[in-house]
Each structure stands twice: as C-alpha cells, then as structure tokens.
Design a protein around this ligand. Structure first.
Ligand SMILES: Nc1ncnc2c1ncn2[C@@H]1O[C@H](COP(=O)(O)OP(=O)(O)OP(=O)(O)O)[C@@H](O)[C@H]1O
Ligand SMILES: [Mg+2]
Length: 275
C-alpha cells in the first residue's frame, strides 16, 4: 500500500499526511427484478458474430494493447502480468474495474487490459460492458451491437446476441443506450443467468467487467460482491483524497480490492504505472 500511496502522492492525488477515511458504508436497496427470469439454454457453444476492429480507430481511442505500436502498451502488459498472477494464484476468474467518479479511464483500462490478457497464449478472456447508464465499449471498438447486456438482463435478448468475438482469445459483451433502472437490473435474478452463460458457454479463463463509477450510483457497489476481485482506477489531478479513501474502504470491506491503477499521470513513463 505504501507503494501506491507514494505514487498517488507523487501524482498529487494524496497529501503527504494521508490518513484512511472513517468507515462509511452505503446500504444497498435491493428491489425485486422488473423482469421474469430468462433461462439460459444448456447447449453447445454458440456461434458468436465475429467483428473486425480497425487498429487506427482503437489507437485514436487510446486502446494501444491490440496493435502494440504505441509504447504505452507496455504499461498494460505489466498490469496484465500482475493481474494474471494474482488471479491464477488465488484461483480467481472475475475482475471488476471501477473508479470513484466518471471519466477516470475505466473503459480505457478495461479494454487495454482485456486485449493484453487475450494475447497471453491460451488465456480465453471475456470483457463485459456493465455500465448500464453510460456504456462505451461498443463505440470505443466502433462496433454496432446487435443486442445488449441490458436487454438480456431485461429478458428481451438472447445472450449470444450480446457478445462478439473480437480476437481469437477475446469475446466482448456489448451494451447500448441508457438504462434508468440499472441498479435494480444489476441485482436482478437474470444476472445469475448472465454469469451462467459466460461460464458454461464461453468457458473463459478470465472475465473483466467494466463497471460504472462508485459515487454516481450504487450499481458498482451492488455488483462487486459477485466478482472475485476489483481494480480501482483513479485519475491523477482529478480524483481527490477523500474519493480514493472512501472507495478504497468500500471495496476493502468487501475484501475485493486487488489494487489501484493510477491513470492520466502527466509525464508518466511505463515504470510509473502502479497497481
Ligand atoms: N491516460 C489518459 N490520458 C488522456 N486521456 C485519457 C486517459 N485515459 C482515458 N482518457 C480519456 O478520458 C476519457 C474518459 O475515459 P474512459 O471512457 O476510459 O473513462 P471512464 O472512467 O470509463 O468514463 P465513464 O465514467 O464515463 O465510463 C476518454 O475520452 C479517454 O480517451
Ligand atoms: Mg466507461
């Protein structure tokens, strides 16, 4: 933790005399699912739509881990290797990516990490856009979703219509639109069907969930108990000490905090990305 704190101090996110915040837990209001459960069919692996991604479009969106022509991809390889080791050592499969506030770089980190993980030989990776209010993986990849994870959770779509094959080892679950009842949907029984579909039909080695920010709604906090571990992305110069403390504490109380990713660090070299 000292390592992270000194990096955050260096980036101006934490003050020198940083102290952990008082414990505050926001209770999660669980409401009944608005939908009836849609049972996932127990059949052979589905034929997913294969999409071709334009590497130039990806690089414009700061997704550098696919083509690897931008040297910044090394930072994501370092993150990938440490995440993969922690997950392998602990027999974990599911990882959430969240942040205190909007725009810290969750989607950018999730996509770069997923591409980097998927380049590991034999490591089947699934990335799921679970930001039901402001989904952005589909536009970042420049892919038009046939259907969306939100529609599946509402019982209106087949799961295989929400996922696309992006690379040999990478499958992505897409989302679109704005779901006002996202908090209830994230806690709906159909979420179990989504996990079951991913596990039994996509058979991944690792699943990355791109979540919404923690302070904008209770979506992330409600979902975190379902995953094995989580990364908290913080933005240098934007994320405050209080925000880091509060979110770190909330994730730690669930015993899910794998680490912090310091993003938007001015003049950062690859050695200055910490997790
Ligand atoms: N290291 C960086 N340097 C400069 N710009 C960045 C960096 N990381 C992300 N961005 C840009 O910041 C914006 C927000 O990034 P991103 O969408 O990944 O954040 P987010 O946390 O997922 O946002 P949201 O909360 O809306 O889902 C994007 O335009 C992205 O290209
Ligand atoms: Mg995002």
């Amino acid at each position: 933790m000292e390592h992270i704190k000194s990096a955050l101090q260096k980036a101006g996110v934490l003050s020198e005399n940083h102290q952990p915040a008082e414990k505050t837990v926001t209770p999660v209001q669980v409401k009944p699912s608005p939908t009836s459960s849609q049972k996932v069919r127990d059949t052979a692996p589905p034929a997913l739509r294969t999409v071709k991604i334009d590497p130039k479009h990806l690089e414009k969106k700061r997704i550098v881990s696919q083509s690897m022509s931008d040297p910044n991809h090394i930072a994501f390889n370092l993150l990938r290797t440490r995440v993969r080791k922690a997950m392998f050592d602990n027999k974990w499969k599911t990882l959430a990516v969240t942040s205190p506030t909007p725009g810290c770089g969750k989607t950018m980190v999730s996509l770069n990490l997923a591409f980097s993980l998927a380049r590991s030989p034999g490591l089947k990776t699934v990335l799921v856009d679970l930001d039901l209010k402001r989904p952005s993986i589909a536009p970042t990849l420049n892919v038009e979703p046939k259907s969306s994870i939100a529609q599946f959770l509402l019982g209106r779509a087949k799961p295989e219509d929400c996922f696309v094959q992006v690379d040999e080892n990478l499958i992505v679950g897409l989302n679109s639109g704005h779901t006002p009842s996202s908090s209830e949907l994230i806690q709906a029984p159909n979420m179990l069907d989504l996990f079951s579909f991913i596990q039994t039909s996509l058979t991944p080695d690792v699943v990355v969930f791109d979540l919404p920010p923690m302070r904008s709604s209770d979506d992330a906090l409600a979902f975190l108990p379902r995953v094995d571990t989580a990364l908290l992305v913080v933005a240098a110069g934007t994320t405050t000490t209080t925000e880091v403390d509060e979110c770190e504490l909330q994730i730690s109380e669930l015993d899910k905090l794998l680490g912090l990713v310091l993003n938007k660090c001015e003049n950062a070299s690859t050695e200055e990305y910490y997790y």
